[in-house]
Write a protein that binds this ligand. Structure first.
Ligand code: G6P
Length: 372
């Protein structure tokens, strides 16, 4: 047993449980929503406030789990900051002919800061004349931090498990702060909004701790999943990328084929696959889309599908025949995607353990992909 693991069986489990600490550290010192947060402690040449005033759109480039963090951020950036945002997979962006707009803030999101495709996409954007760049990275000394004008270094600490967990939730926290700073720069953030969002951010570590306490219920779900070969994950709005991330986690470490889908697309394809043999996980917080999501869930039940629903404290859905509900302790508002990611990490982790796979080093995958 590795001493660094302490009471945990795997690094992934340790890193999942470190998330309250990782978020508290990442948000430490965030007393107000000030652009200087992105100045990387004065190392960079440009002041963040000037960069943020000069841009009127955002382009997020990333790979894997970091790409899904970007996909969540797009919902925040457009809804809260009113800034048009595009999120692109780095390996696609770097090789296609695209239209560059110099008034774009290019944001690279990367745990390692060294992923070859993301770094090449950054350089490609710079070569196209986009000079306003921001790195959201977990490694302060990484190439991306060095090569961007601005940086926000998450303080998740070293992440050993190949499947990213604490890096993802801290990236989301950083991207939420970016949203607030841009909202402020664009004159869209009232003092009350700022105070409310800061309160919610400060509460995040405690909220996350309470979500981790749901582990025994997630283990019961994992016992059902361990014998399956396919799973579907559904979400809507900012929880759609969380469904994608839930599916990615499960496939990476348990080798169960899993797909994430926006729930509204169910009827355009995946519904044909639904049988009792393919569990359907649904991320269902009580938001504006809940009623629509409930009718998507009906479509699954009507075809004999078995639902595993993550509901929040305000969602009125009860467990029943073919419907398993885990209730999250609170209703989380804008930060809800961060909290809903965690039970899905635990589901992937425990399913993989039951299947006996090499959780921290899944076959064929690497922690940091620095070659093409
Ligand atoms: C690899 C890892 C993933 C990670 C992705 C992007 O595929 O296995 O966990 O999300 O690279 O890595 P980055 O360091 O750029 O976030």
């Amino acid at each position: 047993q590795d001493v660094a693991l302490g009471p945990y069986r795997h690094y992934m489990q340790k890193e999942i449980f470190e998330q309250p600490r990782a978020l508290a550290d990442t948000l430490e010192g965030v007393a107000g929503i000030v652009p200087e947060l992105f100045d990387d402690h004065g190392i960079r040449s440009r002041a963040a406030w000037r960069v943020f005033a000069e841009i009127d759109r955002v382009l997020i480039l990333a790979c894997g789990t970091s790409h899904y963090a970007g996909c969540v951020a797009r919902y925040w950036l457009e809804a809260i900051a009113g800034v048009p945002t595009v999120v692109e997979i780095a390996s696609e962006y770097r090789y296609r002919t695209s239209v560059a707009d110099p008034r774009t803030l290019v944001v690279v999101v990367s745990q390692s800061g060294e992923t070859a495709d993301t770094l090449a996409a950054l350089r490609h954007a710079q070569a196209l004349g986009m000079r306003q760049t921001l790195a959201i990275c977990n490694v302060a000394t990484s190439a991306m931090v060095r090569e961007c004008e601005l940086a926000y270094v998450t303080r998740a600490g070293a992440e050993i498990g190949v499947a990213s967990t604490k890096a993802f939730t801290t990236q989301l926290a950083a991207l939420f702060l970016l949203t607030l700073v841009l909202a402020q720069a664009k004159g869209r953030l009232t003092a009350e909004d700022e105070a409310r969002h800061l309160r919610a951010l400060r509460h995040l570590p405690a909220a996350l701790q309470a979500v981790l306490a749901l582990e025994p219920q997630v283990i019961r779900w994992a016992e059902d999943f361990a014998g399956k070969e396919h799973a579907l994950f559904l979400g809507r709005g900012p929880h759609y990328p969380i469904a994608l991330e839930g599916a990615l986690k499960l496939k990476e470490i348990s080798y169960i084929h899993a797909e994430g889908y926006p729930a509204g697309e169910l009827k355009h394809g995946p519904l044909a696959l639904v049988t009792g043999a393919m569990p359907v996980v649904t991320v269902a917080p009580n938001d504006a889309l809940l009623e629509k999501l409930k009718s998507n869930m009906q479509e699954v039940r009507a075809r004999g599908g078995v639902l595993y629903v993550l509901a929040d404290a305000d969602t009125r859905i009860a467990s029943g025949e073919g419907l398993h509900v885990i209730r999250m302790p609170e209703h989380y508002g804008d930060l809800s995607p961060i909290l809903h990611a965690v039970p899905l990490q635990l589901l992937a982790y425990h399913t993989a353990c039951l299947r006996g796979t090499d959780v921290d080093k899944p076959r064929n995958l690497a922690k940091s992909v620095t070659v093409e």
